[in-house]
Design a protein around this ligand. Structure first.
Ligand code: NAD
Ligand code: UGA
Length: 466
């Protein structure tokens, strides 16, 4: 960008949200200078390389086109924050692991640290935008921390939660279902909302830009994820009943999803939802309800998570029971470790829980995933309590393979954990030929041609079909 930019946007946090959202703003608004900052040098180095830290279809092309022009990645947090007009906070807000609210409350420590950094270095008025998913009323805390700046500056705090889904992030950002901006309903708050809305208005139709008060915006993000996850848990609960009654959950999904009041999406029965947010955000909602004295409401939402755990355990139990009640020493080919297709993200993936259950039985898991890096797989396993400290032979029992054929060689079963399209096109006759007999397929995603697999000789279990 040769001329002076009209606006300087800085995003604190260069992760799955910060990177793609800022890349799309840079793509759509050439007169805006966008800089994504992070405290992790390794993360920023990868954003500045040809090997971006996240895989997201379409992202590489945008970064290549705009990096160094109006899109920058830097660890010089102080200088970038100082020069910014609008600062997005897009840091991770994981479930707390210890202390008050452990296992349920969201940890907003990183958001607070960002606010403290802004308060420390700001020398001009700023609009500070919560892009991270946070508990309701976090903006109040951010505002109070910002007011510790004693230079007489004005800070407007807004909430602009992100609704992108991984794997489709770029398409979601280019054509969002809506952009939600919450702010204080004061003249200064409304002016700040307008300033941020004007950025999105460059490519998002006006009717899709929704403005609300701060608390509605913060809460809507948690509720949106809770409603989506609730649909999956609802259909997964029905999948168990289908297996007992010989109904077919996919026929049931179609039958109910054609009612426009229900709609067809997020009714795909599966081995369980994963990802860094659904569980975290529902637990956060549960904790909020409890904190505000609403135990019945908390219990209602908790059940969505409980049902998800039930589905993963049910799937593992069926695998073990089908293989003659023992998988000890048996090799199992795990097809897919990402929490969904078209991403290398493994956070809270159902695959890790199935592996955990197999590990408890001392089965051998040979994992094949087209995108997941080994380091990420072991990191997630560690996060779910499977480290080399707790399991000294972990890497002998769980390891990745270069090809589906390598994973299947000598295996008693294939367990499909992720709905990668390529899994549908493999040569299952060849895979069958290298496996132990009887050879099982446990399709946790209902993506394979089950009739064909049975013809080849496989014993096939499909969720919700039995
Ligand atoms: P992430 O873990 O991929 O990235 C967060 C980044 O923030 C990391 O690179 C970390 O180093 C950086 N960071 C932490 N503290 C920092 C600080 N003080 N200053 C600067 N950088 C700092 O997380 P994510 O998946 O991008 O999620 C970010 C937020 O967005 C979360 O609140 C999440 O719930 C929400 N969200 C995520 C998704 C998604 O698909 N992943 C979608 C919508 C919303
Ligand atoms: C989800 C939401 O869809 C986004 O709107 C939100 O912004 C994001 O969480 C977030 O806050 O992080 P994401 O987790 O990336 O996005 O992916 P989804 O497509 O929602 O899938 C989540 C999980 O549910 C995956 O494991 C997926 O396989 C599973 N799923 C999804 C099902 O089992 N069945 C379905 O019908 C749909």
């Amino acid at each position: 960008m040769a001329s002076t930019p009209d606006l300087r946007i800085v995003c604190m946090g260069a992760g799955y949200v910060g990177g793609p959202t800022m890349a799309v703003i840079a793509e759509q608004c050439h007169n805006v200078r966008v800089c994504v900052v992070d405290i992790s040098q390794a993360q920023i180095d990868r954003w500045n390389s040809d090997n971006l830290p996240i895989f997201e279809p379409g992202l590489d092309d945008i970064v290549k086109a705009r990096r160094g022009i109006n899109l920058f990645f830097s660890t010089d947090v102080d200088a970038e924050v100082k020069a910014a007009d609008i600062i997005f906070i897009s840091v991770n807000t994981p479930t707390k692991r210890s202390g008050l609210g452990a296992g349920r409350a969201a940890d907003i420590k990183n958001c607070e640290l960002c606010a403290r950094k802004i308060a420390e270095v700001a020398e001009s008025d700023k609009i500070v935008v919560e892009k991270s998913t946070v508990p309701v009323r976090t903006a109040e805390a951010v505002q109070r921390v910002l007011s510790s700046n004693d230079k007489g500056l004005s800070f407007q705090v807004l909430s602009n939660p992100e609704f992108l889904a991984e794997g489709t992030a770029i398409a979601d950002l280019r054509a969002p279902s809506r952009v939600l901006i919450g702010g204080q309903q004061t003249p200064a708050g409304l002016a700040a909302i307008k300033r941020v809305a004007d950025v999105y208005a460059k490519w998002v139709p006006a009717e899709k830009i929704i403005t609300t008060n701060l608390w509605s915006s913060e809460l809507s993000k948690l509720v949106a994820n809770a409603f989506l996850a609730q649909r999956i848990s609802s259909i997964n609960s029905i999948s168990a009943l289908c297996e007992r009654t010989k109904a077919d959950v996919y026929e049931v999904s179609r039958a109910i999803g054609t009612d426009p009041r229900v709609g067809p999406r997020f009714l795909q029965a599966s081995v369980g939802f994963g990802g860094s947010c659904f569980q975290k955000d529902i637990l956060n909602l549960v904790y909020l309800c409890e904190s505000f004295g609403l135990p019945e409401v908390a219990a209602y939402w908790q059940q969505v998570v409980t049902m998800n755990e039930y589905q993963r355990d049910r799937f593992s139990r069926i695998m073990i029971e089908s293989m003659f009640n023992t998988v000890t020493g048996k090799r199992i080919a795990i097809f897919g470790f990402a929490f969904k297709k078209d991403t290398g993200d493994t956070r809270e993936t159902a695959a890790a829980f199935i592996v955990k259950n197999m590990l408890a039985e001392r089965a051998i898991c040979a994992v094949f995933d087209p995108k997941v890096e080994d380091e990420e797989m072991y990191k997630e396993l560690g996060y779910q309590g499977m480290s080399e400290t707790s399991h000294p032979d972990l890497k002998k029992l769980v390891f990745s393979q270069e090809s589906p054929l390598d994973a299947a060689r000598g295996a008693h079963a294939i367990a499909v954990m992720t709905e990668w399209d390529e899994f549908k096109d493999y040569d299952y006759e060849e895979l069958y030929s290298v496996m132990q007999k009887p050879a099982f397929v446990f399709d946790g995603r209902n993506i394979l041609d089950h009739a064909k697999l049975r013809e080849i000789g496989f014993e096939v279990y499909v969720i919700g079909r039995g």
